[in-house]
Design a protein around this ligand. Structure first.
Ligand code: PLP
Length: 435
């Protein structure tokens, strides 16, 4: 007999490492008080006094949106025209660019990612992600029944172009098409931002490989408005306009991060390709996904974003307000990184953004460190290759001395491991090596 659940949905019980770590931090705060806890698990921005960051410019603008606009459905499945033009202004016009692109409103950046996988790949085809990346990428791929192939994000302290090339070339050979994710700037979880020459080399390769089949580049710009270059970063998009006809770039934009309005669930897919016919087909498919999966996006949220983007005065006030918090992230990072460097606590190359990641290659040691730190009321998110520290949620005063606290626990784990290894007879140690 069959089950209630479809075979394809079996085994999908969700263990979200971010929500799990956050729950631990909340519980510890209730038990021990806020001062005793370092909550580096939350991926949302908290101010120095521990309160949630909400921009006045955003919420006063939202207050002025008429009730009926907040209550009604959006005037179009792909988002009201005001919202669509606001997204283009935000990403392109603000950087002096004129790019022919389609915008489809989505529930957050997440909606943009999942709709892109759904419409770029057939079920069972492989999507390409970085090995060190945002955890839910995997969940989204699983939901869409698409396996994942990984490229190594880093080669030393640089973007690992060779690994990206290798993975994409193999997938292109196997399935005649590639969908690959790049999360830049302020990569989650490392805070890495690619250099311009790294982008140039990447795009040159994508153009070359697209001679063998369609290449869909998903550029996840979730944290774009927290990069230190500001609008200048957006000039990168001009390159997408000059790609070969067999390349489609989908920018996944998250209003959740830009406005620190995570619960509003507003985002967008922005499609750029010189192949107008194929871009249109893709656009239609994404419109159908919208209608068939979530219907329309939160209209009040989209109208608030459009009001900010289209009013120079409000936009400037927002930029001024936000800038303090871009600077604050850097100040927080400087404290932790300087102290970590002084005591050899390894960290992946961090440039900017909400997160940095402590580098721990041995996953047994990493898991142990993650657990032991909880005993010290220090909460991070366990990611591939390390522990993610949410700079966005730790005030400066709790960052002083934190590197040493982590390093002490790490050293004690490594010492204990060395002792155990020494006490295991040689023959037994050799037999215990698993491939
Ligand atoms: C790298 C990355 N991409 C996309 C998202 C999606 O954000 P949202 O769906 O909340 O807009 C997030 C959220 O944390 C993220 O970290």
């Amino acid at each position: 007999m069959k089950d209630f659940i479809a075979q394809s949905s079996v085994g999908k019980e969700i263990v979200d490492v971010v929500f799990e770590a956050a729950q631990g931090a909340i519980k510890a705060t209730k038990e021990h008080g806020d001062d005793a806890v370092v909550n580096g698990a939350f991926g949302t921005y908290f101010k120095e006094d521990g309160s949630f960051l909400t921009f006045d410019t955003v919420y006063r603008t939202f207050d002025r949106i008429p009730d009926f606009q907040k209550a009604k459905y959006a005037s179009s499945i792909a988002g009201p025209s005001e919202f669509q033009s606001a997204v283009k202004d935000w990403l392109f016009t603000s950087a002096g660019l004129d790019i022919n692109a389609d915008v489809i409103a989505t529930p957050g950046g997440t909606g943009a990612l999942s709709s892109t996988i759904k419409n770029a790949l057939d079920r069972g085809e492989t999507v390409i992600h970085p090995d060190i990346g945002w955890g839910p990428y995997k969940t989204i791929a699983k939901e869409m029944q698409n396996p994942v192939a990984y490229y190594q994000l880093f080669d030393g302290d640089q973007f690992n172009l060779e690994s990206f090339k290798e993975t994409c070339t193999k997938v292109m050979k196997d399935q005649g098409k590639v969908l690959a994710f790049i999360n830049d700037p302020c990569q989650n979880p490392t805070g890495y931002t690619m250099r311009e020459d790294e982008w140039d080399d990447l795009l040159t390769f994508i153009n070359e490989l697209s001679e063998k089949g369609p290449f869909i580049l998903l550029h996840d710009v979730a944290y774009i408005d927290f990069n230190k270059l500001g609008d200048d970063y957006k000039r990168i998009f001009e390159r997408f306009n000059k790609m070969s006809d067999n390349v489609l770039t989908v920018i996944a934009f998250s209003v959740s991060k830009t406005l620190t309005a995570y619960g509003m669930r507003v985002g967008a897919q922005v499609l750029i390709s010189n192949n107008e016919k194929q871009r249109k087909m893709f656009n239609h498919a994404c419109g159908n996904t919208a209608r068939g999966v979530w219907s329309t996006v939160n209209n009040g949220g989209m109208m608030a974003f459009a009001s900010i983007a289209h009013n120079q005065e409000i936009k400037q006030a927002y930029l001024n307000e936000k800038q303090q918090f871009v600077t604050l992230l850097q100040e927080r990072a400087d404290i932790l990184i300087e102290e970590a460097q002084a005591i050899d606590l390894p960290i992946y190359p961090y440039h900017e953004g909400f997160f940095l990641t402590i580098k721990i290659d041995d996953h047994v040691v990493k898991n142990e460190l993650h657990l032991k730190l909880k005993d010290h009321n220090i909460f991070f998110v366990n990611v591939y290759g390390g522990l993610r520290v949410a700079l966005c949620s730790i005030p400066k005063q709790k960052l002083y001395g934190l590197a040493k606290r982590i390093k002490d626990v790490l050293d004690s784990i490594v010492e204990q491991q060395d002792e155990q290894e020494e006490s295991v007879p040689q023959e037994q140690a050799e037999n215990s090596v698993t491939p």
